[in-house]
Structure formats: structure tokens, C-alpha cells
Design a protein around this ligand. Structure first.
Ligand code: ME8
Length: 516
């Protein structure tokens, strides 16, 4: 892996309040960014909002307001939410900002100069909720309804500029097949390849019946198709096609575009084709994660089972924001669909209490009681059980590095938790409380407590990206202030003679939430 890291989230439509789905993608990106920052890499995380297109216009009409007022209001809600949930982004882009709109106009000019844009007319189906052109075959098989929202597709017939997508179908196909542009999970890669195999259409990229968007620089009676506008954010935010491209030089190509599975086609096909037209390098990894349902059912406003951020916030107030972050990453293997349920949330909180909190507390208390909180030496003659724990302690940094590189974001939670679980097992088997009663076993007790403390410390360090507050609090209980530490300094063991602080319950006992 290189010494720099650039990760993005989709830019969300600011036509409604942020919800669990938006939170999930953003927190996953935040966790990966935090890990890379803690590993000492020069890291950049980008998120933002997608202001243009027919969806925003229609939402504004429904709410009797303007797209600008609607977007401004929700943009604030997104920013406030990310702050509440401890998300640390480096830049936030809204596609209505001049820095974006000017660069997008320049991007279109460059695509025009490449001879990749021509005037024609489009007739066909459009999914206004997804801002997506739908082929006749797809429309028919979905009964002329959106496969995402279930709303009727709309028939469009209008003059439009086309992008010569067909010119790039083969090179895009090859890049994906050879993993030059990695698409994961692998099943999603195969889906894209199979749809691409039969692809023979250019892409309509302008609307003459819409005024809300970036005007086509060559013909202002059209506005640019919202997806061309939106996808560009990943480079315009870095200053591409502006007077200062230094950040673009520094961070592009992106290491990861993190997205939900429903917007993979745009990212896997239109985006690399645009980049090829511009002569810009392709992103390295496109990860399409699964979709959340709530208590087994699709989330919808009409069903009233929408997991909004107020709900998550109320869990946060009661159990801590970090417990919510932990739960969403823990919920399913990364890439799979996920289901939100109170019962699962409580189970994951209990795991934090019983495995992590309990381990920290009991090991800390024993060191306090038997050795006045001071770490003693490890004996020369180790038992197999010690060596086994040491191996697990040693393996964690590399295992996490690998899991993060593959965006295996459930593993990044499970690996440290499994180390804490193993530490609990180690304490159960070695029985320090018995060793403490026998003065002849003093050296053995030192070894056991030493290894148990180093193990729980490593588990906490491993969890820093996921639970920045709680993990830091736990480390402080070990007398270890990790502020500003990265890489080897962060992983380094506590030295002999180090004195830990007073152990406190990290995850207090809390009554389950009342059913609302
Ligand atoms: O698609 N489960 O914006 P959007 C998991 N503006 N993730 C979910 C989810 C769910 N139930 N619902 C939403 C757009 N998401 C475009 C993107 S990018 C250049 C333009 C998450 O507001 C997931 O990341 O509809 C999904 O891809 C994204 O929100 C869609 O957000």
C-alpha cells in the first residue's frame, strides 16, 4: 500500500433527512479513513451532496419550495449529522458550489474536444427517482416501474447531447475484468461485466426540458445529465480542471469509492468511461455494499419503519455513539445486505460489555490489586497458552491492514474483539486470582498479567477507528494516551514498569430501549 489514501462516499441527494443508509456508508468510509490516518498515511476523505437533477426539482415542487432552499436545508442536516456521529471528513462538496460547477463545465469542454459528445435525440424510459435511463428490455421486465422505488417510469422524448459511451465499452470491460478497476464484492463485478457484454448504446447526457443543473457549456439551452455532474465531484473536489490542481495530483487516483449496490452501474461504467475520455487514471477500488432493511422489512416512510438519524441518535445518547458505529459494522459481512433490529443492537452492545469492557476491567483490576497497577516482566519460560496469546497479539496489526486493504469491514471489528475474547479465555485458564495466593507463583502471575494487559491494549488500539471515543477512553484507563501516535508507535507495547490508571466500566449496564 502507498503512503497516501483517498476514500469517497456517494454524494447524497439533499431532498430529505439523512437516514441509516447514508450513515452506514459514511461511517464505513470514516472508519477506513481513520485506520489509514492512524497507520501514518496521508489520508483524504470526501463526502457531500448532489444538488441537481429532476429528482431535486420534483421533491421541491412536492414540498412547495425551491431546489435551492430544499438542498440548503438538508445539506445542513447532513453536515450536522456527521458531526454528531463523530465522522471526520476532510472535505465536503455540494455540487452547486462554483468550484464544482466551473470545473464540470471544463470537464464537458474537454470531452467535447475529444470528440466524445454529439447532438442527437433520445426516446426511451427514465427512472426519475434514480435519475437513470432504462432500456426497453429492463423496463418491460420491471413492468415499467422503478426497481428501486416502485414508481412508474417516465417516457422521455427530446433532443439531447450524447456521450460516446460505446467507444469505451471495450476498454472499460477490460479494466474491470483485469482488476485495473477493482469491483467488489466479486459477484457485483460479474454482474457489471455481464451487463456490459451486450452494451451497444451511447449515453444521453443533457436535458433540454430542465433548467436546474450545470448548463452545457456549448449550448446553455441544455443542462448536463445529473450523473455526469455528480460523478465528477470525486475529482472536482480535489481541484481537477481548476487553477490549482495540487490536491488532485496528491490524492488521485482514489483508493476506494464506497457506494451502495444500487448505484454501481454509474460508477462502474459511466465514470471510468468519462475518465478515459479525459485521459485521467481510474480509481483503484469500487466497493458496492449491501442494503439495510429494518426489522426484516424494506425501510419506507409510508410503512413508518424508517431508521432515521433521530432514532440512531437516541441509541447514541443511551448506549454511546461508538456502540452504534460498532453495531452497523458488526451487523453483516461487508457487502451483504443488512437488517436493523433492536434485538441485534442489544446483542452487539452486550458483546462490547461482556467481551471488551469486561476483559479490560478484570485485567486492570487484577493488576491494580496484585501489583499496584504496575506492569511486571514476562518470564523466560513461556507456556504454550502464553505463546498462543502472543501470536494473536502479534498478528493483529497485519491482519487488520489486510482487512482494511480489502475493505472487509466486518472483519475489522471482529479481529480485535476476537483478541479480547481470547484474552478473557486466557485469564479464565491461567487463573491469576489463584496464582496471587501463592508467593512461589509470583513470576508466573507477572507473565500472565503482562500478556493480558498487552492483549487488551492491542484490541483497543485495533478498535480506535471504529470507536474513537470508547477505545481512547479504554486506553486512558491503561494509562496510555495515544493522542497523536501513529503506526509503530501506536502499536508498541506498554513498557515494563508502566503504571495503569483506575479501571472503570467502559460500557455501563443500560436498560433496553422501550418499544416505540
Ligand atoms: O444515489 N442501505 O444519492 P442517495 C444501505 N446522489 N445504504 C443506503 C440505503 C440503504 N437502505 N439507502 C441509501 C444518490 N444508502 C446519488 C449518488 S454519487 C456520485 C451520487 C446509501 O441520496 C448508499 O451509499 O440516493 C447509497 O448508494 C446512497 O446512500 C444513495 O444516496
Amino acid at each position: 500500500m502507498s503512503d497516501r489514501y483517498y476514500i469517497t462516499t456517494p454524494i447524497y441527494y439533499p431532498n430529505g433527512e439523512p437516514h441509516l443508509g447514508h450513515f452506514y456508508t459514511t461511517v464505513c468510509a470514516d472508519v477506513a479513513a481513520r485506520f489509514n490516518r492512524l497507520s501514518g498515511r496521508d489520508t483524504w476523505m470526501l463526502t457531500g451532496t448532489d444538488w441537481h437533477g429532476i429528482k431535486m426539482v420534483k421533491s421541491a415542487e412536492e414540498k412547495n419550495t425551491t431546489p435551492t432552499a430544499l438542498a440548503t436545508k438538508h445539506d445542513e442536516a447532513f453536515k450536522a449529522a456527521w458531526k454528531q456521529f463523530g465522522i471526520r471528513f476532510d472535505d465536503y462538496i455540494s455540487t452547486h458550489e462554483p468550484r464544482h460547477m466551473n470545473a464540470v463545465a471544463e470537464i464537458v469542454n474537454r470531452m467535447l474536444a475529444s470528440g466524445d459528445i454529439y447532438l442527437g435525440s433520445y426516446e426511451g424510459w427514465y427512472d426519475e427517482g434514480q435519475e437513470e435511463f432504462i432500456t426497453e428490455t429492463e423496463a418491460k421486465s420491471a413492468d415499467y416501474k422503478s426497481v428501486v422505488s416502485g414508481r412508474p417510469l417516465v417516457r422521455y422524448k427530446e433532443p439531447t447531447y450524447f456521450f460516446r459511451l460505446t467507444r469505451y465499452v471495450k476498454p472499460v470491460y477490460n479494466a474491470i475484468e483485469r482488476d485495473e478497476l477493482m469491483i467488489r464484492p466479486i459477484s457485483r463485478k460479474n454482474e457489471v461485466l455481464s451487463k456490459l457484454r451486450g452494451w451497444d448504446a451511447d449515453l444521453s447526457i443533457s436535458r433540454s426540458t430542465l433548467t436546474w443543473g450545470v448548463p452545457m457549456p456549448n449550448d446553455p439551452s441544455h443542462v448536463l445529465y445529473v450523473w455526469i455532474d455528480a460523478l465528477s465531484n470525486y475529482i472536482t473536489a480535489l481541484g481537477y480542471a481548476s487553477s490549482d490542481e495540487s490536491r488532485f495530483q496528491q490524492y488521485w487516483p482514489a483508493d476506494v469509492h464506497l457506494i451502495g449496490k444500487e448505484i454501481l452501474w454509474f460508477h462502474a461504467v459511466y465514470w471510468p468511461a468519462m475518465l478515459m475520455s479525459l485521459g485521467v487514471a481510474l480509481p483503484k477500488l469500487l466497493y458496492a455494499h449491501g442494503w439495510w432493511t429494518a426489522e426484516g422489512k424494506k425501510m419506507s416512510k409510508t410503512m413508518g419503519n424508517f431508521i432515521d438519524l433521530q432514532r440512531l441518535q437516541s441509541y447514541g445518547e443511551k448506549f454511546s455513539i461508538d456502540a452504534v458505529r460498532y453495531y452497523v459494522l458488526r451487523a453483516a459481512p461487508f457487502g451483504n445486505d443488512l437488517d436493523f433490529s433492536d434485538a441485534d443492537f442489544l446483542k452487539s452492545y452486550a458483546e462490547l460489555q461482556k467481551v471488551l469492557g469486561n476483559c479490560l476491567n478484570r485485567v486492570g483490576k487484577m493488576l491494580g490489586r496484585y501489583r499496584a497497577g504496575v506492569i511486571g516482566a514476562v518470564s523466560q519460560s513461556l507456556e504454550p497458552i502464553d505463546e498462543q496469546l502472543m501470536q494473536q497479539i502479534d498478528a493483529l496489526p497485519a491482519a487488520l491492514e489486510k482487512a482494511y486493504a480489502q475493505m472487509d469491514l466486518q472483519q475489522v471489528v471482529l479481529l480485535p474483539i476476537e483478541l479480547a475474547r481470547a484474552t478473557n479465555g486466557y485469564v479464565d485458564s491461567t487463573e491469576p486470582f489463584k496464582l496471587a495466593k501463592d508467593p512461589a507463583k509470583a513470576a508466573r502471575l507477572d507473565t500472565v498479567l503482562h500478556l493480558a494487559i498487552q492483549a487488551i491494549r492491542r484490541a483497543l488500539v485495533g478498535l480506535l477507528p471504529v470507536m474513537p471515543g470508547k477505545a481512547k477512553e479504554g486506553l486512558l484507563q491503561l494509562g496510555d494516551d495515544v493522542t497523536g501516535k501513529t503506526g509503530a508507535a501506536l502499536w508498541a507495547h506498554l513498557p515494563l514498569g508502566h503504571k495503569i490508571a483506575e479501571p472503570q466500566p467502559l460500557f455501563p449496564q443500560i436498560d433496553p430501549p422501550s418499544q416505540s
